[in-house]
Design a protein. Sequence first.
Length: 354
Amino acid sequence: MHRHLIDLESYSTPVLERILARAMDIRRAPQAYAHACEGKILATLFYEPSTRTQMSFQTAMLRLGGRTIGFDNPLNSSVAKGENLKDTITVVSGYADLIAMRNPLEGSAFAAGLYAGCPLINAGDGGHLHPTQTLTDLVTLKVYKGGLQGLTIGLCGDLKNGRTVHSLIKTMCRFGAKFVLISTRGLTLPQYLKDFMNASGCSFRECFRLEDAIGELDVLYMTRIQRERFDSPEQYEKERRVYCLDRQKMKRARQNLIVLHPLPRVDEIEIAVDEDERAKYFEQAMCGVYARMSLLIDMLENDREEPSPIHPLSMAPACPNARCIVNHEPYLPCSFTQAGDILICDYCEERLLR
Ligand code: CP
């Protein structure tokens, strides 16, 4: 196994700080890095639509002097002929030095990492995680809040399916963040992430109304209600447009608040808010290039042999998560980490009682 980036939890705080420090330096003097990845090839394999992640990875590699290959629509690849993930990843990792992959199935990055012959980056695995968005968010916080420590962060919208939120929580718990979770009952944060915050000693509270929380925040992180993750159009219609950040609500916010959003936006931030100097989501998208440039250099410099992450169990149960890749690609070995009476799927983090 190579040293992949599946979940930032596997990166120590000094490694994270090293990547962030270099991203800040790249932002200050990008020309100094113009040849840092000369001769290297990044494959971007996007099984799910993307503007920012895909293009910022491509921009990052081109600005480092490297080149890119890949697909942005699996129907234009042999996936359309029925090729499985294992075979695609095995072959492409022979062509490229690094792979960035987005896939709609949860745990797909963990699965791809089992077969990748080069370092692989999780560019979003369904509603599970999006670690390079978190690197982007952390660079943005360093630039526009001056640091990461002790921030009160409001997370608003689709907290159930929001992979950007899940990755951000798991990482910001290290920096003493306090979270306000603003969502409807139907889209609350998964229990395993609340357990993670409790175990990390990270304080949080849940609330329904954005206007009740906005005045206490250092950072407001808005998210889109993700139509593609709902089982039916009716369920989506019930949830959409519950939250809209508008100028009225911004009047209740602190002057030093910053508003972030991983984008794309649909209707959860009024266009007029873009003119407010506290709106930093377009700057955030630009920080994604610096974050990914730094990550690409770091992964190429620090690749090493890693042990297999598979934990085979005798009589292993099936993962109960229908969106987990193990339930879609039958050759994948089931793998669970045992925590007392609980089994945690190593692919998607779904919990089940033993
Ligand atoms: N933030 C983000 O992941 O955007 P894209 O879906 O456009 O890549």
